[in-house]
Design a protein around this ligand. Structure first.
Ligand code: ADP
Ligand code: MG
Length: 394
């Protein structure tokens, strides 16, 4: 995250707890960040319209995720920014200068843009040193060699300079690709699903380490990902794409708490959804009626009510109605437990509401529900926190 002066100092999330410079790693050089603007970009392959009148401005030094499902046009947008593809309509600007338009393009190597491809695209016949040196042709040989070693030290791979890509792990290959992209000190670094080839713990640690390096370089970063958690962890701002358009751009909190559409809401988490309606400032749902004020309130009519599983309150049978009331302002309704899934510290409970015949999922701390058996004839009572419900007009 940026502080009020626009400096990217603590990004929030687990990454900010990392030491800025991990032991044994050299500090990355600082680049002069550039701004990147997409202005009314449209692009097609044949009859297939891939990007549709898309506009987005990315400030110098900002880290922005392009988030969206597969096929939404993320890679195409990145390739356009890199200058690998010419747009059919619109303009791309770097530091307010037009670099791409249907009329012409500034060559990729003249844009001050670094690119990390999804598959890293290392040269298999070149060792690590020569992979990283590639593209640093403007430097004298001695200077080039010391810069390469500095870059390798930055990503913690100085001991692997003479190895070939096939001898490296996925995480190490990713770091070579990052070192190569950072070599010319790009003002903008474009990364296409840079962590998707890595799994589990490695993915997490490579991501944190990469973030620490990017924080030091202070370049503008655009990261393509289809993983909302990853986007929230790494970026200052998220641009959510659907079918070639940006459907919402904003801070991680904005996208998570105030999704602009059902698509955006569903993209960020599993949701319970059911039909409700607004009548005179009161939200009427199968789970009860809730007077809502402020930004949640709207004019009369039908709405789709969405509630995250973690916002469903489940009260075990032993607690009688009327004795709880610590936090739910609304009424409770009867439900039967149809399945319970152990998730470690939490559990996912599937529920059936006989009165309205709807099914819901609730995520609770493990143990909160006690010993209620799946399929038990003993009902539990549930409530939702209506202030946390997401409402979408039909
Ligand atoms: P994403 O990265 O979000 O998965 P892409 O930008 O790769 O999406 O692709 C968007 C759409 O464009 C897909 O339907 C894909 O098949 C199509 N596409 C991408 N590149 C080409 C190409 N070179 N020729 C034809 N169609 C393409
Ligand atoms: Mg892609």
């Amino acid at each position: 995250m940026k502080d009020r002066d626009g400096n990217r100092q603590s990004r929030g999330g687990p990454a900010s707890a990392l030491p800025v410079s991990a032991p044994g790693r050299m500090r990355a050089g600082i680049t002069i960040a550039a701004s990147l603007t997409f202005r009314n970009i449209s692009h097609s392959y044949g009859d297939n319209e891939i990007l549709k009148d898309l506009s987005l401005s990315i400030g110098a030094g900002e880290v922005v995720s392009l988030l969206g499902p597969s096929g939404s046009g993320k890679t195409t947008l990145l390739r356009l920014a890199a200058g690998l593809v010419r747009p059919l309509a619109g303009e791309i600007l770097i530091n307010q200068q037009v670099v791409s338009s249907p009329q012409g393009m500034v060559a990729p190597e003249k844009r001050g843009v670094g690119l990390v491809f999804q598959d890293y695209a290392l040269f298999p016949h070149l060792n690590v040193r020569r992979n990283v040196a590639f593209g640093l042709t403007q430097l004298a040989p001695a200077e080039r060699e010391s810069h390469v070693m500095h870059l390798l030290a930055t990503v913690g791979l100085e001991g692997r300079a003479d190895d070939y890509p096939h001898n490296l792990s996925g995480g190490e290959q990713q770091r070579v690709a990052l070192a190569r992209a950072l070599g010319p000190k790009p003002g903008i670094l474009l990364m296409d699903e840079p962590f998707s080839g890595l799994d589990g713990r490695l993915r997490e640690s490579v991501r944190n380490e990469t973030l620490a390096i990017l924080r030091e370089t202070r370049s503008t970063v655009v990261v393509v990902t289809h993983d909302p958690e990853e986007a929230m962890q790494i970026s200052d701002r998220i641009a959510l794409m659907e079918k070639g358009r940006i459907v919402q751009a904003g801070s991680c909190e904005e996208l998570y708490h105030s999704p602009a559409s059902l698509f955006a809401a569903r993209f960020f988490s599993e949701l319970n959804s059911f039909a409700g309606s607004f009548e005179g400032g009161v939200l009427k749902t199968p789970l009860g009626d809730y007077p809502l004020k402020g930004e949640k309130a709207r004019s009369d009519g039908p709405v789709t009510v969405c509630v995250r599983p973690s916002d469903v309150l489940v009260l075990p049978p032993a607690i009688k109605k009327g004795r709880r009331r610590q936090d739910a302002s609304a009424d409770t309704v009867e439900a039967y437990v149809t399945a319970r899934h152990f998730l470690g510290e939490r559990e996912l409970v599937e529920l059936y509401l006989p009165a309205s015949e709807i099914k819901l999922k609730a995520k609770l701390p493990f143990g909160a529900l006690g010993a209620v058996a799946t399929g038990s004839q003993q009902p539990v009572r549930i409530a939702i926190d209506a202030d946390k419900a997401l409402l979408f007009e039909e």
